[in-house]
Design a protein around this ligand. Structure first.
Ligand SMILES: Nc1ncnc2c1ncn2[C@@H]1O[C@H](COP(=O)(O)OP(=O)(O)OP(=O)(O)O)[C@@H](O)[C@H]1O
Ligand SMILES: [Mg+2]
Length: 345
């Protein structure tokens, strides 16, 4: 599937439906939605109770008849109807009315690299249900590269690593196209899971999923690097008694636990560099790897990659919103049509 910049310029809205967060950019308005991809529903009546941040806060705290669902998993819409209802609520009446005013509303969406036709179809159907007459799909890697300001249209290699919640995508881009790319089904969620499992197995401590981020911040600088505190105090719930308890966690052991899922990412990075023509590898050695996506903010991840590859590693200015901002820039016509035409998806 290919889409030209001209077609993208005719779109009114850009959507990035992620496993963790949903982002919407409206032409002329900018980024209008950046909320968790979650919806809380009443299973007795089928009605929606909350979406976004509020629904995410309800996770694990609801009575039986309320269920928090995630309509996007692994970068793919798995529940089209729920995704549409969630998007409608997230947009709100005011923005929906604004979009309804466009007689032939066109939407653009980013899809993970190498996503299968069924996954692409699900994204298209979701947006058609919202009133889009036509939906253009753009590879997340291209959108993110544009969004973080990489010189993708230049005849030099740019290496990008999109670290999402469900997947990590790595690519080398040159002259507006993907030279080589890989998608690894490991992301921030797998890292969170590794930390939770470590505390459960070695400390008999249950950690609510929402407490993982503060733990990562507490371990900041120590979790993935050799420096930092030797132990950190963590509060959780005893697996056997169910009572609140705190333990002193060895940061080196957490470092090992986090490394396990990251091995697949390092393998993917090595494969990309091996598959890349020598001239482009020389460019990457100079310019380095650009990290985008929410998980790029994982403390110490950039240092670990720098150590493993020996090339400079940079984190984009607003790594989590790069993909949708890149799509937005294409909608706004801020991209030179010189070589980014067409964009292979
Ligand atoms: N400050 C932070 N430190 C560590 N991890 C973070 C931080 N901020 C966000 N994350 C992680 O980033 C992930 C969300 O990133 P992002 O918003 O790019 O995902 P997504 O686009 O919804 O997912 P995907 O692209 O895989 O579908 C979550 O796993 C979250 O835990
Ligand atoms: Mg994403």
């Amino acid at each position: 599937m290919t889409v030209s910049l001209e077609q993208l310029r005719r779109c009114h809205v850009a959507v990035d439906l992620g496993a963790a967060r949903t982002r919407v950019y409206i032409k002329g308005l900018g980024l209008v939605v950046d909320e968790p991809s979650a919806a809380a529903m009443n299973t007795r009546t089928g009605s929606l109770i909350a979406v976004g941040t509020l629904a995410e806060q309800m996770t694990g705290r609801t009575p039986d008849y309320i269920r928090v669902v995630r309509p996007v998993t692994g970068g793919t819409v798995i529940d089209i109807e729920m995704a549409q209802r969630m998007l409608r609520q997230l947009l709100g009446e005011k923005l929906r009315r604004q979009l309804r005013r466009k007689p032939r509303m066109r939407a653009a969406a980013c899809t993970p690299h190498d996503s299968d036709p069924l996954a692409q179809r699900a994204t298209v159907e979701t947006l058609v249900g919202l009133g889009a007459r036509r939906v253009e799909l753009v590879d997340t890697l291209i959108a993110a590269a544009v969004g973080c300001g990489l010189p993708v249209e230049q005849p030099t290699a740019s290496m990008i690593m999109v670290c999402g919640a469900a997947t990590t995508q790595i690519a080398v881009l040159s002259l507006g196209s993907i030279v080589t790319a890989v998608r690894i089904p490991i992301g921030g969620d797998a890292i969170d899971h590794a930390v939770i499992q470590h505390l459960r197995q070695h400390h008999e401590l249950m950690l609510p999923s929402q407490a993982v981020r503060p733990l990562q911040v507490a371990l900041s600088g120590g979790a993935l690097t050799a420096h930092g505190p030797a132990t950190t105090e963590i509060h959780g719930r005893d697996v056997a008694t169910g009572l609140a308890r705190s333990v002193h966690v060895d940061t080196a052991a957490v470092q090992q636990a986090i490394h396990a899922p990251l091995t697949a990412v390092l393998d993917g990075l090595g494969k990309i560099l091996r598959d890349c023509p020598p001239d482009l590898v020389a460019d990457i050695a100079d310019c380095g790897i650009m990290m985008v996506g929410g998980s790029a903010l994982l403390p110490g991840l950039d240092q670990m990659l720098r150590k493993a590859t020996g090339v400079p590693v940079h984190i984009a200015e607003r790594p989590d919103v790069c993909s949708v901002l890149g799509l937005g820039a294409m909608l706004d016509g801020k991209i030179q049509p010189l070589v980014l035409d067409p964009l292979a998806c």
